[in-house]
Design a protein around this ligand. Structure first.
Ligand code: SF4
Length: 278
């Protein structure tokens, strides 16, 4: 069976960069804390734990300790609080997320309201909203829009969480344009996500089956799985090779493989290695 691996499978640039920074700092013997997991993947979390980096849900007095800001970024309030409590800060925010911060800050200064299209509970979205002085509207679906408040907006700058699905964004944008006279739209879906979204729309149609690799906790892996499943019934979502059986691929000639942005290359190699023996 031929195995066709998506070029964009696995860690995106921002996650790989944050992980490198974290491990490099840990190897210097620094006492490092992180607000949450670096990515939603059990194997990567194990690796981080082994390196001595600690996860914390809140910032306490920790003079001389280091706080590592993850690729998603964080709000200004988090930075300020950490400094006040005596942390040294290492900022591993992805440069593409930083770019979104810059856009919203400049737009707010010019008097625009800000709308973020994205998942309200996601740390990246909270971090973007947390750069601003004024209230920000966060819209995560076209059915949940605060229309009466949107109607009062005269001019708006709209940005997008870097991993959003472009089709969903376009549907929301269409509604916003109906109600707001001046709209400046910034498509801030990052390049690695765009490539991933393109590949996941092609590979399932070009192969007899699809294997999506990643943790069941990973939202972006789930999105890849759902798109793939809608295009190819023979789609399997696994986190390790033990979850696959050769009978799933009986009589098939090719399998496409991709992996979520939080999946390490070791998991991808293990599974593609196994598939190529079928
Ligand atoms: S998904 Fe895009 S913006 Fe987010 S960390 Fe990865 S490269 Fe950066």
């Amino acid at each position: 069976m031929k195995v066709n691996l998506a070029k964009s499978s696995g860690f995106c640039f921002g996650v790989q960069r944050a992980l490198n920074i974290a491990l490099q700092q840990a190897s210097k013997g620094n006492d490092i804390y992180m607000l949450g997991d670096i990515v939603h993947n059990e194997n990567v979390v194990k690796l981080i734990n082994k390196s001595g980096i600690k996860k914390t849900s809140r910032l306490n007095q920790r003079k001389g300790k280091t706080l590592l800001i993850r690729a998603h970024g964080a709000s200004l309030a988090t930075f300020n609080k950490a400094r006040k409590l005596g942390y040294n800060i290492i900022d591993a925010t992805c440069p593409m997320v930083k770019e979104i911060h810059k856009i919203v800050l400049e737009a707010e200064e010019k008097g625009f309201n800000i709308i973020i299209i994205g998942d309200k509970k996601h740390d990246e979205v909270r971090g973007i909203a947390g750069q601003l002085k004024k209230k920000t509207f966060i819209i995560d679906g076209k059915d949940k829009m605060p229309i009466s408040q949107i109607k009062k907006i005269k001019k708006v700058a709209i940005v997008v969480q870097s991993t959003q699905n472009i089709e969903k964004v376009i549907a929301i944008l269409k509604i916003l344009r109906k109600y707001i006279p001046e709209v400046r739209f910034y498509n801030t879906i990052c390049k690695p996500t765009r490539i991933k979204q393109h590949e996941i729309r092609c590979l399932p149609l070009e192969n007899d089956a699809m294997v999506i690799i990643g943790s069941k906790k990973s939202a972006n892996t789930k999105r890849l799985y759902e798109i793939s499943k809608s295009l190819n019934e023979h789609t399997f979502w696994v986190n390790s090779k033990n979850e696959l059986k050769s009978k799933y691929f009986k009589g098939l000639n090719s399998v496409g493989v991709t992996a979520g942005a939080s999946t390490p290359k070791e998991s991808i190699q293990e599974i593609t290695g196994y598939l190529s023996t079928i």
